[in-house]
Design a protein around this ligand. Structure first.
Ligand code: SF4
Length: 242
């Protein structure tokens, strides 16, 4: 049995389609970690992908945090991001995946690592699981190839892409440190920006890096810019800081 981990992003949607075409739908289970702080349109995209691929997409949830809410995790852990990654990814994605794996025992995993993310794939093999099928890498597909495949199939990507985001991660993802990213959140989702600014202040977390040092979100000038957003990865099953 092959578990395809669907994150509501373009790459994992393409990976699911290719895996089913290559191995047959009977060999595949599609699994998603639902997260409260994601844009609601992600759910619409998940239903569209489910119809396109002809497969039900299951949920893997955390038994420790049944709300699947990052805000609850941050409050409980009194932290929003660590040097090694974010606690929300750890509890709501990684640990929830472990629980699903223990119950369902997949033989293989497929993730949305594209050919331009070979080092992330290799890191995952080294640190997490050896039994990963590099479906998108074998097919030589980049992130933009995946987006094109989705569009050609007549599917509309999650709303966040049209707003300028490089993935369908949570709105106000604490993995991001870029001023460009946070000022985009401020423009497109002012309420979530305010919420992250207030919570990070109360937990003493400096989420953004500006002019070489970490600062609080409420200190970030509204016109500040950093690097381009396209290099920011999808929130995967392990977490790198960007
Ligand atoms: S997308 Fe960001 S905020 Fe959401 S779970 Fe992943 S690391 Fe946490």
């Amino acid at each position: 049995m092959i578990a395809v981990w669907f994150s509501c992003g373009a790459a994992s949607a393409a990976a699911l389609k290719l895996t089913i075409e290559r191995y047959g739908v009977d060999q595949v289970r599609a699994v998603n970690n639902p997260i409260e702080e994601e844009d609601k349109d992600n759910k619409r995209f998940m239903r569209d992908v489910s119809d396109w691929c002809g497969i039900e997409i299951e949920s893997a949830r955390s038994s420790r945090y049944p709300t699947q809410s990052c805000i609850d995790v941050w409050n409980d852990r009194k932290a929003m991001s660590f040097i090694h990654g974010a606690p929300c990814t750890k509890h709501l994605k990684k640990d929830a995946r472990y629980e699903w794996e223990r119950a369902n025992k997949p033989d293989w995993h497929v993730l949305g690592f594209t050919v331009d993310e070979r080092s992330r794939h290799e890191g995952f093999i080294r640190s997490e699981r050896e039994n990963v099928l590099p479906v998108l890498i074998d097919a030589g597909m980049t992130k933009s190839d995946c987006a094109m495949m989705i569009r050609r199939a007549g599917l509309v990507l999650p709303n966040l892409y049209a707003m300028g985001y490089p993935n369908a991660n949570c709105i106000g993802c604490v993995k991001a440190t870029s001023p460009t990213y946070w000022n985009l959140v401020r423009r497109t989702h002012p309420e979530q920006f305010k919420e992250r600014a207030e919570q990070s202040r109360s937990l003493n977390v400096r989420l953004v890096r500006y002019r070489g040092k970490r600062i609080f979100l409420d200190e970030l000038p509204a016109d500040a810019k950093g690097y381009k957003l396209k290099s920011m990865p999808e929130c995967g099953l392990f977490c790198e800081e960007k």
